[in-house]
Design a protein around this ligand. Structure first.
Ligand code: CO
Ligand code: CO
Length: 323
């Protein structure tokens, strides 16, 4: 759809759609720009309250990924007209309200329409200094690549639908998706990083590819350093894999050079479509230790999964993956 948009002529549009960035950025004046994003989706967990919380955390994530500070949000909801559904909707909305409150972001309005399948999310506006935008074109050779949440939400949610995931694993995956990327985002801005994105529907390698492509660099990734949810590897080996993940594997295949020792399970998981995934941070090597320490002190993961290397204009195989 983005390819169909006309070119943007307004010089105040600092980030548009050309580099597949997390959010658009519009300059208001010399010191201030608005960061704008919208995200909504169908239920990813059975618990309506947690679904609302996850939708809010996911919507806020793109602002954090740009280095911005979210300030206000608007709710977007679609739901069946069935009166039996209203108590469920009430819980979904409460989850969203509580998560936005945790982030310190007021909900200042919204829009609802009737729809057979419920959908819920938010438009979020953040603020940022125009000089500090962490857009996709800013990764540099030598940057370390750090991931802040485990991978595998697509596999786990497919496993849940098949009745093959235990209570503990469901709780772990739900907690992770509902966790704000706020503190990791604040810390990366404080420490100083080259750029960042968040891992969502295109999977770890898809979102990594967006940054590498815009920045004209390559990367080496070590599959063994990537954190996965409990049971994600087991379920993948049992072929419990969603369609979006298989599509990612196919779509991003040309950009990836797999070492012979990378397992099929890891190839699939590195392409697993994520919901409300972690930040993928590109940090200059000299700031890596401080970034990781401060993030880990918050009880958040900071997995150094690989490094950016010198670029090439050839897209094929720009991501090298070793076991
Ligand atoms: Co994003
Ligand atoms: Co988004």
């Amino acid at each position: 759809m983005l390819g169909q948009l006309p070119p943007i002529m307004d010089p105040n549009v600092l980030v548009g759609s050309s580099n597949a960035d997390d959010a658009g950025v519009y300059r208001i004046n010399g010191d201030t720009a608005a960061v704008l994003t919208v995200d909504f989706f169908t239920p990813i967990v059975d618990d309506p309250y947690m679904f609302g919380a996850i939708a809010a955390a996911n919507s806020l994530s793109d602002v954090y990924a740009m280095g911005g500070r979210p300030v206000v949000s608007l709710n977007v909801a679609m739901f069946p007209e069935d009166p039996d559904f209203f108590p469920v909707l009430k819980q979904i909305i409460q989850g969203g309200i509580d998560k936005m409150a945790e982030a310190g972001v007021p909900i200042i309005g919204g829009h609802t329409i009737k729809d057979k399948e419920p959908k819920f999310g938010f438009m979020v506006m953040g603020l940022i200094h125009p000089d500090n935008i962490l857009d996709n074109a800013k990764a540099r050779p030598g940057d370390a690549i750090v991931l802040t949440k485990p991978i595998g939400t697509g596999i786990i949610s497919t496993g849940i639908k098949a009745g093959r995931v235990g209570e503990d694993a469901i709780a772990e995956f739900t907690r992770s998706m509902a966790a704000l990327n706020r503190r990791a985002g604040e810390i990366m801005v404080q420490v100083g990083v080259s750029t960042a994105t968040d891992v969502t529907g295109f999977g770890l390698l898809g979102h990594l590819n967006e940054v590498l492509s815009a920045s004209r660099v390559k990367a080496n990734i070590f599959a063994s350093r990537v954190p996965f949810f409990t049971d994600a590897e087991k379920l993948t080996a049992q072929n419990v894999v969603p369609g979006g993940t298989i599509a990612n594997l196919k779509n991003y295949g040309p950009f990836v050079k797999w070492a012979g020792n990378v397992s099929e399970v890891h190839k699939i998981l590195l392409n697993d479509a994520q919901t409300s995934g972690g930040l993928l941070i590109f940090v200059p090597r000299e700031n890596l230790e401080r970034l990781s320490r401060l993030i880990e002190e918050e009880g958040i993961l900071a997995a150094h999964i690989g490094d950016v290397t010198e670029g090439a204009l050839i897209a094929e195989g720009r991501i090298s993956v070793e076991a």
